[in-house]
Ligand binder design. Structure first.
Ligand SMILES: [Zn+2]
Length: 263
């Protein structure tokens, strides 16, 4: 599932394959991923040049030369694919940009759980979707503000896109694992020093995740990412990795070294 580090890589891929190119033609079939009509998206893109990009949590925005934005969200399985020949168009392509350098960029989303659309203002889109600040771009003061008054468990709070945008099941598990914090710890049990430690861990894990290409194979062996199996050995302390299901999603933790402060 594309979370912040994965989306940041997609942003860089978009920059490398489409930035400063003009969209000669946008192919938009009817699909469930469309936010707004296919016709509106086509008209927003046709003839426009892509001049910038921005990530906000799990959302990617591409700025067009008229000041409007293409919005992309990748759901469970979405990705971008650039290719040279139309015969190589991947399956499940719900948006295809035919660029003036002869290349094509496809938004591919097999399960159609992502979203694609056009909007006039990215900040307004973020506000309309009630998204919290981007989890990698925010500073510690804002992080403390976002946790202020929260009563829920730390894992669910970090995954709540209204609190912070960008963390999902996998990267939240990684942050908590490295921080030594149990996922069910209630936010009120964390004092300010502990919250700041959590912020720093989150920032370090996300930044390193991006740097290493968000690829579980390339993460250090001391990370949880390569050990997400029930009964696996914890690479930190030798404890037994435990699987817990939270709202239908499999989470992993080490009950030995991930503690509940005050609990
Ligand atoms: Zn452990």
């Amino acid at each position: 599932v594309p979370e912040l580090p994965d989306v940041e890589l997609r942003r860089r891929y978009l920059d490398a394959t489409a930035l400063q190119r003009r969209v000669d033609h946008a192919m938009v079939p009817e699909s469930r991923v469309l936010e707004g009509s296919a016709d509106h998206l086509r008209r927003s893109l046709n003839g426009r040049r892509l001049v910038g990009s921005r990530r906000h949590g799990k959302h990617l925005f591409a700025r067009l030369d008229d000041g409007s934005w293409l919005t992309l969200h990748f759901g469970m399985t979405g990705r971008l694919v650039a290719f040279a020949s139309l015969g190589d168009e991947p399956e499940h392509c719900w948006l295809r940009l035919d660029l003036n350098d002869g290349m094509h960029l496809a938004y591919v989303c097999p399960r159609q759980l992502g979203h694609v659309g056009a909007c006039s203002d990215a900040d307004e889109y973020v506000a309309d979707h009630d998204l919290g600040p981007d989890a990698l771009d925010l500073g510690e003061d804002v992080f403390l503000q976002r946790l202020e008054g929260r009563r829920g468990q730390v894992k669910l709070t970090l995954m709540n896109q209204r609190v912070l945008a960008g963390l999902g099941n996998v990267w939240t598990d990684e942050v908590l694992f490295q921080d030594g914090l149990h996922p069910t710890t209630p936010i009120p049990d964390l004092d300010e020093a502990r919250r700041l430690q959590l912020f720093r861990t989150m920032h370090r894990v996300l930044a390193e995740g991006v740097e290493r290409g968000a690829d579980p194979e390339r993460m250090p062996d001391t990370w949880l990412l390569g050990h997400r199996d029930e009964g696996a050995r914890c690479p930190r302390c030798g404890g037994e990795i435990q699987r817990v299901e939270v709202s239908g999603r499999a989470g992993y933790l080490c009950p030995e070294h991930q503690e509940r402060p005050g609990g």
